[in-house]
Design a binder for this molecule. Structure first.
Ligand SMILES: C[S@@+](CC[C@H](N)C(=O)[O-])C[C@H]1O[C@@H](n2cnc3c(N)ncnc32)[C@H](O)[C@@H]1O
Length: 262
């Protein structure tokens, strides 16, 4: 339990650093642009052009700070998108609603650095072929999103027990509503999978991000039973060779990596 907490803390520290660095890049570039605007008043740019300049500077700073590529893009596009959106005359209610939805989907991403994106149908098809057809087994999806993958697998494998753990409120709510109309061998919990014991699962599936993979391996290899299976969609575990890799022809060209616990 203590090791889990240390692993989690290290992972969170890395993640929070990126969010803080992104914020600093935004503030620094904003100040630079404000400085240019004040002291070079001959530069007659539109608000959108200023925002593009700010975005470019923010992305240069984040690139220079060696932040992950997706932060460079976020910093590049953030202010220009805000300016474009404000130019449409939209009622503030929709912004509030949109903001609440975003927070309840992505609000914890600054901590976990695992945003919501969903496994493709090809992933479901391949997982269906990998899971046992006759014998009983248990499967967990770490961060189960809106529950689509789990419900499809639970539907096709009545011999399995399927569990999902999701920390984002809106995807969790959607998956709960979905499971009311769905199969009974699928249970989805709201919570943090780092606090969850993996020892009762035969298959652990993770579609996360590069950040937590090292910590995930340490937790999985400590808690999962020998012979059980860890499957990661897209993200490798640094330094640990999977025993099998399956390349998929879906929109994101994903690869499923499989590790057997020794
Ligand atoms: C990339 S999505 C994958 C969704 C789903 N598993 C799929 O394959 O379609 C990752 C999900 O993990 C959730 N998540 C991230 N960290 C988590 C944590 N520590 N505990 C529970 N859920 C988490 C996110 O909210 C997000 O919905």
């Amino acid at each position: 339990m203590l090791t889990n907490k240390i692993l989690l803390r290290n992972s969170l520290q890395k993640n929070q650093n990126s969010s803080i660095m992104a914020l600093l890049a935004q503030i620094a570039s904003f100040l630079m642009v404000a400085f240019i605007a004040v002291f070079h008043s001959s530069l007659a740019l539109s608000l959108f052009e200023w925002s593009c300049m700010q975005g470019l500077l923010a992305s240069f700073i984040s690139y220079y700070l060696r932040m992950p590529l997706w932060w460079v893009f976020i910093n590049l596009l953030f202010t220009p998108i805000v300016v474009i959106t404000l130019s449409f005359n939209i009622s503030p209610f929709w912004f509030l609603l949109f903001f609440v939805c975003l927070v309840s989907i992505y609000g914890k991403t600054y901590k976990t650095q695992v945003p919501l994106y969903l496994s493709s149908k090809n992933v479901t098809t391949i997982l269906e072929t990998l899971l046992p057809k006759q014998r009983q087994f248990s499967f967990v999806d770490l961060g189960s999103g809106c529950g689509g993958l789990l419900n499809d697998l639970a539907d096709s494998h009545k011999n399995g027990q399927f569990y999902g753990i999701e920390s984002a409120p809106l995807p969790f709510l959607i998956s709960r509503i979905r499971s009311v109309f769905q199969v009974s061998n699928c249970k989805i919990f709201w919570g943090d999978f780092w606090q969850h014991d993996f020892s009762k699962y035969d298959v652990v599936y993770a579609y996360l991000s590069p950040i937590p993979m090292e910590s995930l391996w340490q937790k999985a290899s400590k808690e999962m039973r020998s012979g059980s299976l860890l499957i990661s969609n897209t993200f490798i575990i640094p330094g640990i060779t999977p025993y099998k890799s399956i390349h998929l022809r879906d929109f994101s060209k994903s690869t499923l990596y499989l590790w057997k616990i020794p």
